[in-house]
Ligand binder design. Structure first.
Ligand SMILES: [Zn+2]
Ligand SMILES: [Zn+2]
Length: 749
């Protein structure tokens, strides 16, 4: 013990508001390299920690530099144990340091998000026992001459295995289009810039991803690749396809998954496999961007525009943006793929053509854009038809929501043996019940929202706090028996279409209607079974929320209809049009994926605003025109990407308390006597703090929420101001509020 004279700096996986210092000191008998995983005492507990240096000072030399030897070391608590796991790399530690500073968090909070939960829970003895077992298992499987699919067992689902043999066979048959070949040649060029792969839906991006991964992994026997997808559970085919192709070439166990739906044991196994270099490809969701991959050579962010890449709690990082940073420190290639890129990414990749020069040409070309406009096997893009709802007689609308012409088009598909997809982004039967005699509405008592009427089990449900109540027989206010519904949800749409088809097509020719939304997909395996029945052709009409618009490769769908897309057109959030365009483009992409039926493929939009430019651009499948108009609008209003934002959020028992906290935080900044950085005109001249306001969803589960926008034309000024603000904020008295949090680059304001 007397020999424990080395001072070791450690970060603990704790958030900033835990009121501990960001870096703690311990003593140990020898120096430990940066990134070593240790167990350390804290109070009565023992926690997982990571050996750290001052973030600014991380260099390659830190890897083996001796820790400081201090005479004060004896006053420190000793490190309890050093885990028998290779230290995290310098590049990985740099990623943590950058993410912590950019998103204004403690390093430990990012480390907590990055490490699998079980790594924190197992003590050193349990951990070492587990590692020994794992090591033995690996030796055994390597010794077995016979191929051992069991190695991948922990990660491979039965359905993935079932797909495997047929997929492997299919792989050798896949012939690249000339466009795919050209794109792959572009991707192979030595250019370190991030790449935007701008590819139409159905243009064969997945095959390009696969080939690029194969090429990179084959070029270097240690190289690793990371493929990020928005939601893995919605696209089981993708998982099966990657697993089959990569494992066929690089061996069983060369592919691991990483997403929050896995068990703690599976997540730890995947993490260790990636960390040891055994896994060559990690396929995962947002959290996988923080995975330890010592030989990372390629990152692909599929559907890079998807909002799910931004974490909505904890450290609130953007996996897409971190991937771009990480590519820099790891010297890896990063490919952002999308048919409808985020406006920010599009701006970064803008090519300096004459039309784009007007809008921020100075920044153009920070990313390299590679286009892939053609649908595979020359399947045509679906024809977009705008159905002017102003011309429809209300009484003629089926179930109050479907125009007769649309119903006719659906019936034609059924007769031809093709499928239709009706899309409505509202689940339940009706969004609200109301009394026609008084003003009663089925409001949630705990939230600023209505309780939604679900007819199937006769319940009112709040989709925000999950409160469930029975449907009242009469108006709770005035006793009126005539309570009605307002608006329509997917349940009602399903009911209307079933009734209409029964009536029109007759009993012998019953159409099969299936609804897929968060309610129908509840329960393990339900969603997969439902999707399988669509693929098998057991469904004529598919009714669903945006769940059904993403990524699915439905071959027989020739009609996609958006029942009520108007609501997002005039939303307060400046990103609403971008999201609507991408959602509709994605949905349109579900139609006509099979060349045999692509000529009949149509997308119908029921709208009261048929001349809206967004719909016009959609009709022409013209994302660039849409993006350009968005960029022009945002530049005029100085919105991102022409300005940078952070949102301070606060939750409290009352709205007054929440806003008072934010006002106080703002007053602190404006008082130059207290907040020194504000005296710097490079900061105060460029940063604006807006007044505190209630959040768009003001109350959820009886918690009042308020927010304050901080905006700047200079990213550097905003970052400096936020960093200087943090220590002051942490000192603020928080007794009157529940919590506060800062969201850098918020997705919605
Ligand atoms: Zn009433
Ligand atoms: Zn509620």
């Amino acid at each position: 013990v007397t020999d424990s004279r080395f001072v070791i700096q450690v970060v603990l996986p704790t958030p900033a508001h835990s009121r501990l210092p960001e870096v703690l000191s311990y003593r140990h008998t020898q120096a430990l390299p940066l990134g070593t995983l240790v167990r350390v005492p804290l109070g009565a507990r023992e926690l997982l920690g990571l050996v750290w240096r001052a973030p600014a000072g991380i260099t390659a030399a830190d890897c083996d530099a001796d820790s400081d030897v201090a005479s004060a070391a004896l006053d420190l608590k000793p490190i309890a144990a050093v885990l028998d796991v290779a230290p995290l790399t310098v590049a990985w530690c740099k990623l943590m340091a950058f993410a912590a500073s950019y998103y204004q968090r403690y390093v430990g909070e990012l480390v907590m998000a990055a490490l699998p939960p079980q790594l924190r829970e197992l003590d050193a003895v349990q951990m070492n026992r587990m590692l020994t077992k794992r090591h033995k298992k690996r030796q055994k499987s390597e010794a077995d001459a016979a191929p051992a699919p069991a190695t991948a067992g922990s990660d491979a689902t039965p359905r993935a295995l079932a797909h495997r043999s047929e997929q492997t066979q299919a792989a050798s048959l896949v012939r690249l289009s000339s466009e795919q070949t050209l794109v792959l040649a572009e991707l192979a060029k030595p250019d370190s810039r991030p790449i935007l792969l701008f590819g139409a839906t159905g243009s064969g991006k997945t095959e390009v991803y696969l080939r690029r991964v194969e090429a990179v992994l084959a070029s270097n026997s240690a190289a690793q690749a990371l493929v990020l997808v928005p939601e893995i559970n919605l696209t089981p085919q993708l998982e099966a396809r990657f697993q089959a192709r990569i494992e066929a070439q690089f061996g069983a166990g060369s592919v691991v998954l990483m997403h929050s739906g896995m068990t703690p044991a599976q997540r730890l196994a995947s993490w260790l496999s990636a960390h040891s270099g055994e896994a060559r490809l990690v396929l995962g969701t947002r959290l996988a961007v923080l995975a330890s991959m010592p030989h990372l050579a390629l990152m692909i962010v599929d559907e890079e525009h998807d909002p799910s890449y931004k974490s909505q709690d904890g450290s609130r990082y953007s996996a897409r943006d971190l991937a771009v940073y990480r590519a820099g420190v790891d010297g890896a290639q990063v490919i952002l793929g999308s048919a409808t890129p985020s406006i920010e990414t599009w701006h970064n990749a803008a090519v300096p053509v004459s039309s784009a020069e007007a809008i921020g040409a100075a920044k153009s070309g920070r990313y390299r854009r590679v286009d892939m406009p053609t649908r595979i096997s020359s399947a045509a893009m679906p024809k977009v038809r705008l159905l002017d709802m102003r011309l429809q007689k209300k009484a003629s609308l089926l179930g109050g929501s479907i125009a007769p012409a649309l119903l006719e088009a659906i019936e034609q598909r059924i007769v031809r043996g093709e499928q239709s997809l009706l899309f409505l982004n509202r689940r339940g039967y009706a969004p609200v019940l109301h009394c026609s005699a008084c003003e009663w509405k089925s409001d949630c008592p705990h939230c600023s929202a209505h309780q939604v009427f679900h007819k199937l089990d006769r319940r009112l449900r709040c989709h925000h706090c999950s409160l469930v109540s029975p449907v009242p027989r009469q108006c709770p206010l005035c006793g009126n028996l005539d309570i009605g519904t307002q608006g329509r949800g997917t349940e009602q749409l399903e009911e209307s279409i079933v009734q209409a088809l029964e009536r029109n097509l007759g009993g012998a020719n019953t159409a099969r209607v299936l609804r897929i939304d968060a309610d129908s997909a509840k329960g393990k395996g339900r969603l997969e079974a439902q999707l399988a029945s669509v693929h098998a052709g057991d469904v004529d009409v598919l009714v669903g929320t945006q769940m059904v618009t993403k990524g699915h490769d439905f071959r027989r769908i020739t009609l996609v209809a958006a029942i009520n897309p108007d609501s997002a057109l005039f939303a307060a959030d400046f990103r609403a049009p971008e999201r609507l365009f991408s959602l509709l483009m994605q949905a349109a992409g579900r139609a006509g994926r099979d060349v045999a039926v692509s000529a009949q493929a149509e997308m119908w939009l029921q709208t009261h605003h048929p001349t809206h430019p967004l719909f016009k651009a959609l009709q022409n499948h013209d994302y660039p025109a849409f993006a350009q108009s968005q960029l022009a609008e945002r530049q005029g209003a100085m919105m991102p990407p022409f300005s940078y934002q952070a949102l301070m959020r606060c939750e409290a028992k009352t709205q007054e308390a929440a806003q008072a906290f934010l006002d106080h935080a703002a007053a602190l900044v404006h008082s130059e006597a207290v907040f020194e950085p504000w005296r710097d005109p490079q900061i105060s001249g460029f940063v604006t703090l807006y007044p505190a306001v209630p959040m768009p969803m003001q109350r959820v589960a009886n918690i009042e929420r308020a927010q304050m926008l901080v905006e700047s034309a200079s990213r550097a000024a905003l970052q400096k101001m936020l960093a200087a603000w943090q220590p002051y904020l942490r000192e603020l008295k928080v007794a009157s509020i529940y919590r506060w949090a800062l969201d850098v680059d918020p997705l919605s304001i």
